[in-house]
Design a protein. Structure first.
Ligand SMILES: Nc1ncnc2c1ncn2[C@@H]1O[C@H](COP(=O)(O)OP(=O)(O)O)[C@@H](O)[C@H]1O
Ligand SMILES: [Mg+2]
Length: 257
């Protein structure tokens, strides 16, 4: 099993959307996919059609009490470890625990044989839950909005990833940046995309930009990945290209990722 975190400390960049959609594209290709919600806001859990408040078991108990991962099976061909607001308390509770960074990695160890790919939807912060997410991952995918402010935030993000590589997880690799909510007709967006490509290509590949499209919002209201909601939507082809690129970055071509 390979583990990939979708990470950016800013909210609203499209992390959760990307996690669910990429998971779906990998699952369609025959990969056994586990999605892991590491955000106390539980947007992924919501997008997958569950009501976070009604859940008896979530990722929280696995991190704090080492309970087995509560896996919800076969939602659009993917499995999900859900979260809810309780997860917000985990940071505080883990403060005094030894080797707390390894808690998510350890929890995932139990299911390694059952999956080809785990995708972690990281929270919008640089706190403990993000550290746990990155410590558990082989690779990180960074969605970045094609806005100037988002562009400025990438420095801080890269410092965090480097810190994790130096202190906790030397094997962590940035698999790619995914420009998100790209408005092709906007000169501002085109300028920022160009600047992002120039700046970030030195660090990791800048993957094809995902267009701004209300269909993403509409699909999420129906609890569906875009390709299930509107298979012919032009952004579906872009998601396929990104899936190809990630497969290759993960050492694709083989039977397993
Ligand atoms: N490419 C896109 N075009 C238009 N809206 C998008 C796109 N990607 C995501 N969204 C919408 O933007 C909002 C924030 O996305 P989300 O994935 O929840 O971001 P994050 O997880 O980074 O906070 C959601 O309402 C989502 O439907
Ligand atoms: Mg989110």
């Amino acid at each position: 099993m390979r583990t990939v975190a979708i990470f950016n400390q800013a909210g609203g960049t499209g992390k959760t959307t990307l996690t669910m959609n990429l998971g779906y594209h990998f699952a369609r290709r025959g990969f056994k996919v586990l999605l892991v919600d590491m955000d106390p806001q539980a947007t992924l859990t919501n997008f997958m059609g569950l009501d976070p408040e009604e859940l008896k078991a979530t990722i929280y108990e696995s991190l704090t009490s080492r309970k087995p991962l509560p896996i919800r099976k076969n939602i659009h061909g993917m499995d999900l470890v859900p979260a809810n607001i309780l997860l917000a308390g985990a940071e505080q509770e883990l403060i005094a625990s030894l080797n707390r960074e390894a808690r998510l990695r350890r929890a995932l160890d139990e299911v390694r044989a059952a999956y080809d790919l785990a995708l972690i939807d990281a929270p919008p912060s640089l706190g403990m839950l993000s550290i746990l997410s990155l410590a558990a991952s082989d690779g990180v995918v960074v969605p970045v909005q094609t806005h100037f402010k988002a562009y400025l935030g990438t420095d801080q993000l890269l410092r965090t990833v480097r810190g994790i590589q130096e202190e906790v997880n030397p094997d962590l690799r940035i698999l790619g940046f995914v420009p998100m909510q790209f408005a092709r007709r906007s000169t501002h967006d085109r300028d920022v995309l160009e600047a992002l490509q120039e700046q970030l290509e030195k660090v990791a590949p800048v993957l094809p930009p995902i267009p701004m499209a209300t269909a993403f919002k509409k699909a999420s209201v129906e609890f569906k990945p875009l390709a299930a909601y509107d298979p012919r939507h032009h952004a579906v082809a872009v998601l396929e290209q990104i899936t190809d690129a990630l497969l290759e970055a993960l050492g694709g071509g083989e039977d397993e990722v």
